[in-house]
Design a binder for this molecule. Structure first.
Ligand code: UDP
Ligand code: MN
Length: 239
């Protein structure tokens, strides 16, 4: 049988939530041998998420990964408590496989999962729509990682997006299953450093990082009707 991919998806309650999860789930339906960890940043489960999962055909586990209040608000890391709850689940339940962090609002070509499945330690690949440069990607020469192209290097050893790498479970466990740090902008770098992987050991995927198979799309937030004084007050019309 194939290697299982553990897809860890942070999510939180908002009007777009079930729409995002629906789109993502229907990509994941195209991928065999995958286990979806839907991890919600909430104090208690959102009922419409549970009912969405009830009829979701992707093998999944629902977890709560509540962010403490000091990690909420502007310029706070988003999704870290969720990802760490997912990582703790993997540590307890998985012996092998591959871990991938898939935010609920990104766009995934299902073919990225065939690539991810090959990860032996840590793999990397391009992510579209990251910063104004339009792409964040490892730079590969003769099949080896030689650098990174990213709009925000900021002294990071691994200037990559959350959606741009995958980690083998056995390797993760051998490295004592580190968690992700709560430091804005440095979540990926902190986690990858904790895995003690050398840059030259990184496995480039997606045809030596020449193909974009995942995009960091962002959804426009629905404005609550009460906060739209400029719009037409008429919301109902009779025949
Ligand atoms: N997220 C969360 N709690 C929050 C805000 C975001 O769990 O308070 C999740 C969100 O669902 C997404 C991930 O964390 O999967 C990253 O958040 P977002 O997409 O808002 O960040 P961006 O991509 O804009 O950096
Ligand atoms: Mn996002």
């Amino acid at each position: 049988s194939r290697t299982i991919i553990y897809v860890i998806t942070p999510t939180y309650r908002r009007p777009e939530q079930v729409a995002e999860l629906t789109r993502l789930s229907q990509t994941l339906m195209l991928v065999p041998d995958l286990h979806w960890l839907v991890v919600e940043d909430a104090v208690s489960p959102t009922r419409r998420v549970l009912s969405f999962l009830d009829s979701c055909s992707v093998p999944h586990t629902y977890l709560l990964g509540t962010a403490s209040r000091r990690y909420k608000g502007a310029n706070k890391p988003r999704g870290v408590s969720n990802r760490n709850a997912g990582l703790k689940w993997v540590k307890v339940h998985a012996k092998d496989g591959v871990i991938y962090f898939a935010d609920d609002d990104n766009t995934y070509d299902y073919r990225i999962f065939d690539e991810i499945r090959m990860t032996r330690q840590v793999s990397m690949f391009p992510v579209g729509l990251v910063t104004r440069l339009g792409v964040s990607t490892p730079i590969v020469s003769s099949g080896k990682l030689v650098g990174f192209y990213d709009g925000w290097i900021a002294g990071r050893r691994f200037p990559v997006d959350m959606a741009g790498f995958a980690v083998n479970v056995q390797f993760y466990l051998k490295r004592n299953a580190p968690l992700m740090p709560y430091s804005v902008g440095f979540e990926e770098d902190g986690f990858l450093k904790a895995l003690r992987i050398k840059p030259e050991e990184i496995e480039p995927l997606a045809e030596n990082c020449t193909k974009i198979l995942v995009w960091h799309t962002r959804t426009v937030k629905t404005q609550p009707a009460v906060k739209m004084p400029d719009t037409d007050k008429v919301t109902k019309t009779n025949l």
